[in-house]
Ligand binder design. Structure first.
Ligand code: NAP
Length: 274
């Protein structure tokens, strides 16, 4: 089938939400996943063309993260392969304030295809679908020292924007900054969750070196440890302490607040301690 949209990371935090919304709109999609047929794996470029057959547009979420060194090499190879296989539009999920992500954005911008860049702040869902979930479940959040405030964004809002962008060419050649409506510290985000759950969830900060040593002792992948180290030692320095109005401009509704995210997420039972 032609005019199909490929959703890379289609089982991930933003991809599954984008895929669900496109399916609800009866827009044909292909899920990019290592478990689909044909499979998509960032480490197996020889198979990418099978996934790209009959695809017009691609929503790109890179793994493990655009901020890892050399991500631009894979993004360049992917963009070239996509173009050679007849794709004409790329939508890239990017991060804010990371030079590695900027390099990847430039590759997409100069790909010769239609493009839109979605630059997102830290996902609220890091507390419910990612590395901070265990901390909430064990009632103790420990993070590296940071004074930076973050405008956490809801991945449901990111997905709504991605679908608008994929469906309407008026968003072509634009860079959007997606943030939530308010700046919060990690400590205040944690206490909003604790308050909703009516539980004590103490928050503590340790040095980045102690934190990295702890992550390594849990045998977490080197890529992930390096990424967290980079984010907390360089990117979380205040450079992203600003709120954008792009979500409201695109969707016509205000971005989800952290409190609203907490209320809806608590209802799913994901933070329930067994
Ligand atoms: N987390 C944040 O706060 C944040 C903020 C701004 C930007 N970002 C950007 O968001 C991107 C990640 O997007 P996301 O959070 O929506 O995705 P995600 O939840 O991290 O996506 C996980 C999905 O990626 C797939 N995947 C894992 N390894 C893969 C591989 N080697 N090849 C192909 N697919 C693989 C997995 O699918 P299968 O297991 O089904 O293969 C998995 O379901 C990153 O590039 C990052 O730069 C993140």
């Amino acid at each position: 089938m032609s005019n199909r949209i490929l959703v890379l990371g289609g089982t991930g935090k933003t991809g599954k939400r984008v895929a669900e919304r496109l399916q609800n709109l009866q827009i044909p999609i292909r899920l990019g996943s290592r478990n689909e047929n044909p499979p998509f794996n960032w480490d197996e470029p020889g198979n990418w063309q099978n996934v790209l057959k009959g695809i017009e547009s691609v929503y790109i979420t890179f793994q493990p993260d655009l901020a890892v060194p050399n991500s631009f090499k894979q993004i360049k190879l992917f963009a070239d392969t996509a173009k050679a296989n007849g794709v004409n539009k790329l939508v890239l999920l990017s991060g804010r304030g990371e030079k590695e992500s900027r390099a990847c954005e430039q590759i997409i911008i100069q790909s010769g295809m239609d493009w839109t860049i979605i630059r997102a702040s830290w996902f609220m869902q890091n507390f419910s679908e990612s590395f901070l979930l265990d901390s909430i479940l064990t009632n103790e959040v420990v993070l590296p020292v940071t004074n930076a405030l973050e405008p956490f964004v809801d991945t449901d809002d990111i997905a709504e924007v991605a679908v608008s962008v994929l469906a309407d060419n008026k968003h072509s050649h634009k860079i959007y900054e997606l943030t939530g409506p308010e700046l919060l510290s990690f400590e205040s985000a944690t206490s909003l969750i604790a308050k909703e759950l009516n539980r004590e969830i103490p928050y503590a900060e340790i040095s980045i070196d102690e934190y990295v040593t702890a992550l390594k002792s849990y045998q977490l992948p080197d890529d992930f440890v390096g990424l967290i180290q980079y984010l907390f030692s360089e990117v979380l320095d205040g450079r992203n302490e600003s709120v954008s109005t792009d979500i409201e401009k695109i969707l016509g509704t205000k971005p989800t607040s952290f409190k609203e995210y907490v209320t809806k997420t608590a209802k799913t039972g994901i933070w329930k301690v067994q």
